[in-house]
Design a protein around this ligand. Structure first.
Ligand code: ATP
Length: 224
């Protein structure tokens, strides 16, 4: 089933007198249960299209259809709601809060997502997800005591704890060594399949491409 359609999206920035056209009409349909990898040279617009799709910045033109609704026509408040309840995010750096335990990071995310769970249910759900990513034994740990790969596992748990439909991953393995990269990518692959996520990932790393169902190349603001 197709849940996410990017249609003729453009993006321009005004640099003084000059208008820089960063995206020149991007079309892309994401499919449930699949990882779509976006590759291409630096500056080709990969992160720009990912952040526009995720509602983190506005397109200059075109449409983003999520479950049939055009996100480019939504109010900021509705975009925020969609983002916090339906989208999950993983970035190159795990961005964990250093003074919250692993369990508290996920609890905070459930509060932000405004799920209907009470605190006891949240605790049970956190435990279930931490088992899924192999981090249940470190639930009371603070991020500075975790390895890079462990931090990314927790970041992935935090990205999926509220049961999002779409997972946006911008260079999720870039800060890791080869062994950890593969482990993290296997986890993203496994979760995409088992939870039926629609995953859009930006990567520079060719070794991660075998885990993708589709590889899309961008060059100079368009898909080639
Ligand atoms: N807010 C902005 N104002 C002006 N130009 C911008 C802005 N954001 C991005 N750009 C420019 O848009 C182009 C595309 O950037 P983007 O980050 O999408 O590329 P990318 O393909 O993800 O690159 P990389 O692989 O290096 O991360 C770059 O030339 C960048 O400098």
């Amino acid at each position: 089933m197709e849940t996410f359609i990017i249609e003729d999206v453009t993006k321009s920035f005004q640099n003084g007198e000059v208008e820089a056209k960063i995206l020149k009409g991007v079309n892309l349909t994401l499919t449930e249960g699949e990882i779509t990898a976006l590759v291409g040279p630096s500056g080709s617009g990969k992160s720009t299209i990912l952040t526009i799709a995720a509602g983190l910045q506005k397109a200059s033109g075109g449409q983003i259809l999520f479950d049939g609704d055009d996100m480019t026509a939504m109010s900021q408040e509705n975009i925020r709601k969609v983002r916090s309840s339906e989208f999950g995010f993983v970035f190159q750096s795990s961005h964990l809060v250093p003074f919250l335990t692993v369990e508290e990071q996920l609890d905070l995310m459930l509060d932000v997502a405004e799920t209907k769970m009470d605190k006891k249910q949240q605790k049970e759900e956190i435990s279930r997800i931490l088992k899924l990513v192999g981090m249940d034994h470190r639930k009371d740990a603070y991020p500075p005591s975790l390895s890079g790969g462990e931090k990314q596992r927790v970041a992935i748990a935090r990205a999926i704890i509220h049961k999002p439909k779409i997972l946006f991953a911008d260079e999720p393995t870039a800060s890791l060594d080869t062994k950890r990269k593969k482990e993290v990518m296997e986890l993203i692959h496994e979760l995409t399949k088992s939870l039926g996520l629609t995953t859009l990932m930006v990567t520079h790393d060719d070794e991660m491409l075998p885990y993708a169902d589709r590889v899309i190349t961008m060059r100079d603001g368009v898909i080639v």
